[in-house]
Structure formats: structure tokens, C-alpha cells
Design a protein around this ligand. Structure first.
Ligand code: GDP
Length: 316
């Protein structure tokens, strides 16, 4: 737990002796003090008060960047708003629609088929990975599917214990090993166990410590290889991102995507925050769709990503 706390609050940078090449991931504490999007709608409306001038468009782009949307996504959204905005339309409404439109045509969450369907879940410690897995198991069980969970984060004792509680709560089967066991072996055993029990879905928890990037990414690649070999394929690699994370989220997404080809983002902690703008940057820059969103700590607090609800929250 101490490790998780330290990892979540430290700025981890590549040490002098470590290999160069891959950039380190900066893990910064969430900037919770001033919500960057507080009153984004109001700010947009006041920008357009004296018509839509070049200054208005620059101001809009700046306001979006300050909401963690990222420069590329902000420019794209401004471009689309410019093309469709006609007074006396409400500019905040137009911006909301164009933010939601960023996700048009993206695949939405679907339980993996296959026997079992394999879902690997990755993300930095503290983002809400274990909670998301518990909620996902609950969701699948509610839909009538049988679920096995694999505790492949063998580094944190607490992760296994937490997963055990969630497995119990959801009525899922858990495969775990002692602390320090090989994460790949746990994944392999979990595939065999899920098969033997006839589970519909296997969800694999993974480590998210970031003392240094490479050993972790190598471990994740190995877990994925083991799953592919044992099960024939991995259906989903979900990356959990904390909605209160700023631009640092894009560095996390890039690192995990490069290592294990993320197929979808879960935006956790959407409740109690007007943030989450970071997923627009992830969508624009990495092309990864957002599939699910976490809205609390209870089993039912996980839902398919709703672009319109997300956009309304971000702008409101
Ligand atoms: P992990 O280290 O990535 O496995 O993160 P955890 O699952 O342990 O979550 C870290 C903290 O965030 C815990 O206190 C969770 O209860 C909390 N958490 C996770 N998801 C959500 C969410 O969607 N909303 C809220 N409010 N809290 C969440």
C-alpha cells in the first residue's frame, strides 16, 4: 500500500544510469485544487459575447487546452465548431456536440465472446484498476456470465486481497498466487482454471508500479504473450485512466499502448469531477476509443462510455 501511495504521488523520472530511448512516465499528483473546467460553458459564452472573431477561436482553443483536452484535440474541435457555428446558436451547446462527436463511430464496450473471453486490464497504481475489475466482474455476472479473475499483480499484496473481496462480492472465481510469484504463471494458471470451470470471461489484473518503466512494461508484454499462447488470443486490453489526471494521462496511455496495444480506455472516477478531458487527447493522439466509465466505488458504478453525457459534464 505504501508502494502504491508513493508511486501515485511521486514524479518518477528516468535515473541517470538507466537506458535512454523510451521516455519515462511522469506520475504527478492529481491537480485537484482548481477545477480547470469550472464554468467552461460560462467561459465559452462570454468569449462569444462580441461575436466570433479570431480572438474568440484562440480563446476557445485555450479554454479547451486548459480542460486537459490536449492541443491536437482542441484544434480539431475548434475547427469543427468554426465550420458549424452560426449565431444565435448557443456556442457552449455547439462545443458540447462537437466534443461528443469526437467519439462518433467508435466501438463501444461489448463483453468478449470466446471460451473464455480474455480481458487484460492495465494502468498505473491508484487509477482505479482493481475497483474497475471488481465492477466489471459484477456487471458481467449481472448479465448472467461466469467470471474468473486473475491476480497477476503479484507485487502488491493488497491488490490480491482487494481482488479477493471483489471476487467474493461479484460471485467470481479468483486465481491468485503468493506475493512475488511470476505474473505470467498466474495468467497461465488462470486460463487453465477458467477453461476447466467453463468461465465465460477471464479478467486479468496486472501490476501498475512505476519505479522504472521498462521492467513493468516488459512484465506486461510477457503476461500478454502468455495469455495469447495459452488462450489463443487476448480480446481486450483495457487501460484504466483516472479522470482527474491531467496531461500526464497521455504519457501513461502512450507507454501502455506501445507495450501492449491498448484496445480501450476505462475512464475511472468520473463522479465528483468535471474533468476527464484527457480522454479527448488520448482519442485524438493515440486513436484509442473510450469504452467504459467509472462513476463511483460501488459495484454498479461502471457504465458504457456515453460521449454525450461526458461532453455535457466537461462543458457544464
Ligand atoms: P488501483 O491501484 O489502480 O488498483 O486502484 P484502486 O482500484 O485501488 O482504486 C484507488 C482508489 O480509487 C480507491 O479508493 C477506490 O475506491 C477509488 N476509485 C476507483 N474507481 C473509482 C470511481 O469510479 N469513483 C470514485 N469516486 N472512486 C474510485
Amino acid at each position: 500500500m505504501l508502494v502504491a501511495a508513493v508511486v501515485a504521488t511521486l514524479v518518477v523520472r528516468r535515473g541517470r544510469g538507466e537506458p535512454t530511448g523510451a521516455p519515462a512516465i511522469d506520475i504527478m499528483p492529481p491537480r485537484a485544487a482548481i477545477p480547470a473546467t469550472a464554468g467552461l460553458a460560462g467561459r465559452i459564452r462570454s468569449l462569444f459575447e462580441r461575436g466570433a472573431t479570431e480572438e474568440t477561436w484562440r480563446g476557445l482553443e485555450d479554454a479547451l487546452i486548459r480542460a486537459d483536452v490536449g492541443a491536437a484535440a482542441a484544434a480539431a474541435i475548434v475547427g469543427r465548431v468554426r465550420a458549424v457555428y452560426r449565431p444565435p446558436a448557443d456556442p457552449a451547446e455547439v462545443v458540447t456536440a462537437e466534443i461528443a462527436g469526437t467519439f462518433d463511430g467508435d466501438p463501444s464496450w461489448e463483453a468478449p465472446k470466446g471460451t473464455p473471453g480474455i480481458v487484460m486490464v492495465v494502468g498505473v497504481n491508484g487509477t482505479g484498476k482493481t475497483t474497475t475489475i471488481g465492477k466489471l466482474a459484477h456487471r458481467l455476472r449481472t448479465e448472467g456470465r461466469t467470471v474468473t479473475l486473475a491476480a497477476s499483480d503479484t507485487f502488491r499484496a493488497a491488490a490480491g486481497e482487494q481482488l479477493d473481496i471483489w471476487a467474493d462480492r461479484a460471485g467470481a472465481h479468483l486465481v491468485a498466487a503468493e506475493r512475488g510469484a511470476d505474473p505470467g504463471s498466474v495468467a497461465f494458471d488462470a486460463v487453465q482454471s477458467a477453461r476447466a470451470r467453463g468461465s465465460d470471461v477471464l479478467i486479468v489484473d496486472t501490476a501498475g508500479r512505476l519505479h522504472t518503466r521498462e521492467p513493468l512494461m516488459e512484465e506486461l508484454r510477457k503476461v500478454k504473450r502468455v495469455l495469447e499462447k495459452a488462450a489463443g488470443r487476448v480480446d481486450e486490453v483495457l487501460l484504466v485512466l483516472d479522470a482527474t489526471t491531467g496531461q500526464n494521462g497521455i504519457a501513461q496511455a502512450r507507454a501502455f499502448t506501445e507495450a501492449v496495444r491498448v484496445t480501450g480506455v476505462v475512464l475511472a472516477k468520473m463522479d465528483g469531477t468535471a474533468r476527464g478531458g484527457i480522454v479527448l487527447a488520448v482519442r485524438e493522439e493515440l486513436g484509442v476509443p473510450v469504452k467504459l466509465m467509472g462513476t463511483g466505488e460501488r459495484p454498479d458504478d461502471l457504465a458504457p462510455f456515453d460521449p454525450r453525457a461526458f461532453a455535457r459534464r466537461l462543458v457544464a
